[in-house]
Design a protein around this ligand. Structure first.
Ligand SMILES: NC(=O)c1ccc[n+]([C@@H]2O[C@H](COP(=O)([O-])OP(=O)(O)OC[C@H]3O[C@@H](n4cnc5c(N)ncnc54)[C@H](OP(=O)(O)O)[C@@H]3O)[C@@H](O)[C@H]2O)c1
Length: 299
């Protein structure tokens, strides 16, 4: 069975919320989420450091995302640091059934816009305890190694993730900014259910990794999904948007959802109006003409 057959990729009779319009993906064989998710990095201060300028609006964003059917939220201990996880708990705890909160560890934050890998097992373990406490959960549904730290043996980093699963503190493990070879190395130590790499309609560096994830039924979580920076691509995105009466952001998200059934976009925003616009993209269906235009533009 192909990933396309395994996962609901299109609107079904069960699609009762805007986020459900793009179908579902089942993480690790037991956690089914709507493919249109939410990234909670932007509900923090400038440089992803400290509290956001408008915390009340960020709380509204989180609550509205759940109302719209989003049940996959991505965060990290390093967003703020800690601010994003704390706001998620403040806005949404006690959590609605079926809400999957994915968090990450492995990056320290000396200051705004500064990210320092730390994959030492004792650090990951300490951060896991902190995330459990801040998110007020007994087990983290998806725990992602934010970066493989080149200063620490890989197997020690994968090994601590495996231990956290065995101890019941983590349900599933994911990696970030990795190629297929790294996933294969990690899989000798711990099952990997997701890969989170930078990817969007204008930035397809990880194209082969998307294909690998599709073959292996591993979720591909594209970060920076709205970063359509290339002018030529932007023109194509704009042309397609005009044809559909949609926004370029919506076309960028629809392209991702269309690209693979294992794709789980997590657009981030600190504004309710942007959230509503982004989630509505789950219902946008591209035509063959759109695919050719968007595909050729980035080639
Ligand atoms: N694994 C990693 O290394 C890694 C790295 C970066 C991010 N991430 C994850 O990926 C998620 C998404 O990445 P990202 O936040 O960098 O990029 P993104 O989702 O492509 O872009 C977010 C930015 O676009 C703006 N925006 C969002 N919706 C908009 C709309 N409809 N119209 C106009 N502007 C809009 C937001 O500003 P406003 O707040 O003004 O809407 C925000 O500044 C993050 O939240 C985080 O969970 C992971």
């Amino acid at each position: 069975m192909t990933a396309r057959q395994r996962h609901g990729t299109g609107r079904g009779p069960e699609a009762t919320t805007p986020a459900a319009e793009a179908g579902t993906f089942t993480l690790g064989g037991d956690l089914t989420v709507n493919r249109m998710g939410f990234g909670a990095m932007r509900i923090t201060g400038r440089g992803i450091f400290g509290p956001p300028a408008d915390p009340e609006e960020c709380i509204r964003v989180l609550r509205r995302s759940v109302e719209l059917g989003v049940n996959f939220i991505d965060t990290a201990d390093s967003y703020g640091p800690y601010v994003s996880e704390e706001l998620i708990a403040q806005a949404l705890y006690p959590y609605p059934d079926g809400l999957v909160i994915a968090t990450k560890a492995g990056l320290e934050r000396p200051g705004p816009d500064q990210w320092k890998p730390n994959g030492r097992p004792e650090h990951i373990r300490r951060e896991c305890e902190g995330s459990l406490r801040r998110l007020r959960v007994e087990r983290i549904d998806l725990y992602q190694l934010h970066r493989i730290d080149s200063a620490v043996p890989e197997d020690e980093q994968f090994g601590v993730m495996a231990e956290l699963v065995r101890e019941g503190k983590v349900r599933h493990v994911g990696l970030s900014e990795v190629d297929a070879a790294a996933v294969e190395r990690a899989r000798r130590v711990v099952p990997i259910v997701s890969v989170q790499n930078r990817y969007n309609v204008a930035d397809r560096e990880w194209e082969n990794t998307v294909d690998y994830c599709e073959r292996e039924d591993v979720a591909f979580i594209p970060w920076y999904p709205l970063g359509a920076g290339d002018v030529q691509v932007e023109r194509a995105v704009e042309r397609v948007a005009t044809r559909h009466g949609a926004s370029p952001m919506q076309v960028a998200l629809a392209w991702l959802l269309d690209r693979s059934p294992v794709m789980l976009p997590i657009p981030g925003t600190s504004k309710v109006r942007h959230l509503e616009e982004n989630v509505a993209a789950a219902a946008l269906r591209l035509t063959d003409e759109d695919r050719v235009e968007l595909g050729a533009a980035a080639a």
